[in-house]
Each structure stands twice: as structure tokens, then as C-alpha cells.
Design a protein around this ligand. Structure first.
Ligand code: ADE
Length: 229
């Protein structure tokens, strides 16, 4: 899979993909992440990418031309399955959306800034608008990093234990059960006996019960009508 991210702040996106799982995914050739500097597509003398908004009002708007030039250029090189704009007024990111995107070949993600982007770009280029939550960040970069991470870790071969993405919180609309590691007794705080029992049926049942309990307590909205009762 290939993901291109268009940004005016490429340095902000150097960190999130240069370590750990995201780094390994790229080294193994499972994901290609390319950061595109929007300023490279500005034709103005000072490499401007924004302008005052029509009708007045505070805040600059990202102009059509550099974005259109950049997307046109990238689209000439490959076909994108989705052109995604990161924005607080988009569809709120959920595991099901990341699952869906993880099955695509090429994704293009546009990070917004200032007051937003010229609406005509949204109308004519953008196929999905994604928010990572009901709060406003100073730009779309961190949101793009969150989205990309949530997609890339799902690609087959990225995680060492192939099953571990499947047992994540949210994959079955349940939060994860509690987990423990050695020692079995830390300052008198004991690991539940069942986990030391070696009886894997009992352990599976306990984990499911705990996941259900935690979901009921913390995220009852995730439960279907029948499980939530
Ligand atoms: N840009 C600014 N805030 C954002 C958010 N919450 N989600 C996605 N993109 C954003």
C-alpha cells in the first residue's frame, strides 16, 4: 500500500513514521509513506499557499492552485482509491473506517491549516473527509499521522503476531480485557488466578467476560442491543 500525505509542514510528519512498527512496515516494503510538500506546488514568488477569505473574516484560507497542482501531479502517476481531507467537520474516525482503508492500494491524504481549504477543492477532489475527534488541532498533520498509523498496522505482516490486530480493542466492538505480565505478585497486588491456571478455555471465557464488563462500564455505546443487556 502507498499513502501520500500533502502538507505545508513536512517536518511534523518525519517523526511518527520513523520508528517502531511504522518504520518496520516501510522497511519490509509493506507500506510506502510519502510526504509531499505543498509549497513545492506553489507558483507564487514567495511560495504562498493561502490567501484572505472572500467576504471578509479572520483567518487565511488554503488556496486552490497549489493543492490542485499537487493532486493533479500525483494523480498522473497513479490512481488513488480515496483522496482524504483531514478536518474536524469530517466523519469521525472509527476502527471500521481504518479497516476499510487498509484494503486500498493508494491513498492520498490532505492536511488542512488556517481557516480551512477553498471549498472548491473539497467539491472537486476530495472523496472522504475524516475527523479524529470533536476537538480542533492546529493542523491536519497529527490527525493524518493517527489515521495512517491506524491503517498501516492492519496490513498483513506489519505486526509480528498476525492475530494481534484482530484482538485489538474495537475490532469486535469490545474494549480489550486487562492484561498482566510478571511478577504474579507485585507488592501484594496479584494477577487473577485464572490467568495462571493453564486452562485456556477458562482463560478465553474470563477475557471475554472482562472485555464485556469493561465495555459496559466505559463504552456502552459500542455494544449491540443484545450484548448490552
Ligand atoms: N484538523 C484539525 N482538527 C482536526 C481533527 N479533529 N480531525 C482531523 N483533522 C483536523
Amino acid at each position: 500500500m502507498r499513502i501520500d500525505i500533502i502538507t505545508i509542514l513536512p517536518k511534523l510528519l518525519e517523526g511518527p513514521f520513523s520508528d517502531s512498527i511504522m518504520k518496520r512496515a516501510q522497511e519490509k516494503g509493506l507500506a510506502e509513506i510519502h510526504i509531499q510538500n505543498l509549497r513545492d506546488y506553489s507558483t507564487s514568488k514567495h511560495k504562498n499557499v493561502d490567501d484572505y477569505q472572500y467576504g471578509g473574516g479572520a483567518g487565511m484560507v488554503m488556496s486552490c492552485e497549489p493543492i490542485a497542482n499537487c493532486i493533479d501531479d500525483l494523480k498522473q502517476q497513479r490512481k488513488y482509491d480515496e483522496i482524504i481531507f483531514m478536518t474536524p467537520d469530517g466523519e469521525v474516525l472509527e476502527q471500521s473506517i481504518s479497516n476499510e482503508f487498509s484494503l486500498k492500494e493508494n491513498l492520498l491524504i490532505l492536511c488542512g491549516h488556517y481557516k480551512g481549504i477553498d471549498e472548491r477543492i473539497r467539491e472537486h477532489y476530495i472523496t472522504r473527509e475524516i475527523s479524529i475527534g470533536s476537538y480542533v488541532l492546529s493542523g491536519g498533520e497529527l490527525a493524518a499521522a493517527v489515521l495512517t498509523d491506524s491503517i498501516v498496522r492492519l496490513l498483513p505482516g506489519v505486526l509480528n503476531d498476525e492475530t494481534s490486530a484482530l484482538s485489538d480493542s474495537f475490532q469486535d466492538n469490545l474494549l480489550s480485557p486487562p492484561v498482566y505480565t510478571r511478577p504474579a505478585d507485585f507488592r501484594g497486588w496479584k494477577v487473577p488466578d485464572v490467568l495462571l491456571s493453564g486452562d485456556f478455555n477458562k482463560i478465553d471465557t474470563w477475557r471475554h467476560e472482562q472485555a464485556l464488563k469493561r465495555t459496559k462500564e466505559r463504552r456502552p455505546d459500542l455494544l449491540s442491543d443484545t450484548e448490552g443487556e
